[in-house]
Design a protein around this ligand. Structure first.
Ligand code: ATP
Ligand code: MG
Ligand code: MG
Ligand code: MG
Length: 561
């Protein structure tokens, strides 16, 4: 590919509204463009990387015995009625009528479709287990699409669904998927930790999320370097408090406590009716009280306060509460400082049951707010271990990290098969519901996660396995015959080795080309300069280490290969 032809409009300046490295750099490197909130076009370079991630995913799924197929994006809403999810899923689900007035949804995930697909034809235990997957655009009308590919409304997911006759068989499929997901992360050079997401009533590990470690992650984690214990705390992951309030970010005043008031306040903040389990007391950087609510047995600690509200915030001590004429249970006046918005997050409001998790059974916390209008999951349940605490497993001090959920495996059991009448004939001649698992990889989010983990001040630093091209050949005088000839020779040599090459044949200054190539982040750059060519050498630069070395023209291909 010649860069003079490549459609990769790079940007010199940082786009204004892109906070995260991945969002900023994918835009700047001319890889993605926004069409509307949460809707992105993948330009040619990004699309090449996406296809590489997809192929790694495919490879691992196939190796684990799953079979690829493709199901429609549009799903008959009737199936969602059968499963009962049509109302439960809330506004993330996009619904529409076709011209005949039949209702459809855009699949945010495909449990219903796949269950309906197999229910008439997967009839005998002899056919089981089966694991089916597809790689497809998903649509979720996220309340706050943001951070580029990280949280889109239309995004690419690999979703797989397994059908088993027994719990043991489901466990086997599930374990295979977990291994496949670990392999996928490794092959994409995503450093990720498996975190048990929700043990449910069954207990044990029935769902694991793979959390890519990155400061930009929405989830906060603690983990143990020694034994691999990891816990996440979705609760403190966003700096948003849910409330209706006056809507301008200010809660004016809530009167001093008395149990009734506390309950009202707890409800206002979306805590469960008996909100006394939680406590929260914050002061701002100047020591002014910001929020103090609800005494309880769970103390919010300084670390968590800083996490939720940002630097400078910590808990009020009992002395400080007293000195301010407050006591625990006091709220307000609450003038929320800049940067802390009070918004009503519909997606939280609608998720009536959620959990933050750990991969240690007793460290799961499940919270629900089935009644009240607004759900604050930020504080509703807090992981009781924080960085520095001893690992509950081995006692070594825990480290803190933030994480991006790149994938999740889930043991569904018979939830869908029972609701939708998907049964099979078992060995004993009895009709039983299929036992299901579902397994999702965020393909487009994984691309963003790779960039979060692999970038520097100059741009993206692609790992070879997912780089749009492996090598950029950069002739500094592309119009000079000698330079052009050597360029062609090297490109031919690289192509013959099956190495993907892009040639920067643009008529631009060297400095411009270097900056652009660093930004786009190809793993190797082969620079053809005047002086080197005279000596029969080119410069080989390793993008990751920044190391450059002069290499003889006829050795450079072998060196890269
Ligand atoms: P999140 O907690 O981030 O909202 P989720 O738990 O709702 O994600 P799943 O239903 O588990 O997502 O979907 C499987 C995978 O799809 C996720 O692990 C994630 O990588 C990806 N994914 C989910 N929502 C989005 C989105 N809005 N944009 C990009 N990728 C997404
Ligand atoms: Mg979600
Ligand atoms: Mg999630
Ligand atoms: Mg998930």
């Amino acid at each position: 590919m010649y860069m003079s032809k490549l459609y990769a409009p790079t940007l010199k300046e940082d786009p204004a509204d892109a906070e995260l490295a991945s969002h900023r750099l994918l835009l700047r490197a001319g890889m993605i463009r926004k069409e509307a909130a949460g809707l992105y076009s993948y330009l040619p370079l990004a699309w090449r990387s996406i296809r590489k991630i997809e192929n790694i995913v495919r490879d691992e799924m196939d190796a684990a015995g799953a079979q690829e197929l493709m199901m429609p994006i549009m799903v008959d809403a009737e199936l969602w009625r059968e499963s009962g999810r049509i109302d439960a899923y809330g506004k993330e689900l996009v619904r529409f009528d076709d011209r005949h007035g039949r209702e459809f949804v855009l699949g945010p995930t495909h449990e219903e479709t796949v269950t309906a697909l197999v229910r008439n034809e997967l009839r005998s235990y002899k056919q089981l287990p089966v694991n089916l997957y597809h790689i497809q655009d998903k649509f979720r009308d996220e309340f706050r699409p943001r951070f580029g590919l990280m949280r889109g409304r239309e995004f690419i997911m690999k979703d797989a669904y397994s059908f088993s006759a027994t719990q043991e068989s489901l466990q086997e499929e599930y374990d295979k998927m977990k291994q496949a997901y670990a392999n996928i992360c490794e092959r994409c050079y995503i450093k990720a930790l498996p975190v048990v997401a929700d043990s449910g009533e069954i207990g044990g590990d029935t769902s694991v999320e793979y959390m890519a470690l990155a400061d930009a992650g929405e989830a906060s984690l603690v983990y143990c370097d020694e034994c691999g214990f990891a816990a996440d705390d979705e609760a403190a992951s966003t700096k948003v408090v849910v409330t209706e309030g006056p809507g301008d970010g200010t809660l004016t005043k809530v009167e001093t406590p008395g149990m009734g008031t506390i309950e009202a306040v707890a409800k206002f903040f979306g805590f469960p009716e008996n909100g006394t389990r939680k406590s929260l007391a914050l002061i701002d950087a100047e020591g002014k009280p910001v929020v103090a609510i609800v005494p309880g047995d769970h103390e919010l600690n300084d670390c968590k306060a800083e996490h939720v509200f940002g630097k400078g915030y910590r808990m009020m001590t009992d002395e400080e509460l007293q000195a301010n004429g407050l006591h625990k249970g006091f709220i307000g006046p609450v003038n929320l400082p800049e940067g802390i918005r009070l918004v009503c997050d519909e997606s939280l409001r609608e998720s009536k049951q959620w959990a933050c998790g750990a991969n240690e059974v007793d460290y799961h916390f499940t919270g629900a707010c089935p009644e009240c209008d607004f759900t604050v999951d930020e504080w509703a349940d807090l992981v009781t271990v924080v960085a520095g605490d001893p690992c509950p497993h081995c006692g070594k001090p825990l480290s803190a990290a933030r994480g991006i959920e790149v994938s999740q495996v889930f043991q569904l059991g018979t939830k869908y098969s029972e609701a939708m009448g998907a049964t099979f004939m078992d060995e004993d001649g009895k009709e039983k519901p299929l036992i299901m698992g579902c397994y999702g990889v965020g393909v487009s989010r994984s691309l963003a996660a790779v960039v979060e983990q692999h970038n520097d001040e100059h741009g993206i630093v692609w790992p070879v396995s997912v780089a749009p091209y492996e090598v950029a050949v950069i002739p500094l005088d592309p119009k000079k015959e000698e330079c052009a000839t050597v360029c062609e020779q090297i490109v031919d040599g690289l192509c013959a080795e099956g190495i993907e090459v892009v040639v920067d044949d643009r008529d631009e200054r060297p400095g411009f080309k270097f900056a652009d190539n660093d930004l786009m982040g190809f793993p190797y750059q082969v620079v053809l300069g005047k002086r080197g060519l005279k000596n029969g050498t080119v410069e080989l630069k390793d993008r990751a280490t920044g190391e450059r070395e002069d290499v003889a023209i006829d050795e450079v291909v072998a060196k890269v290969a």
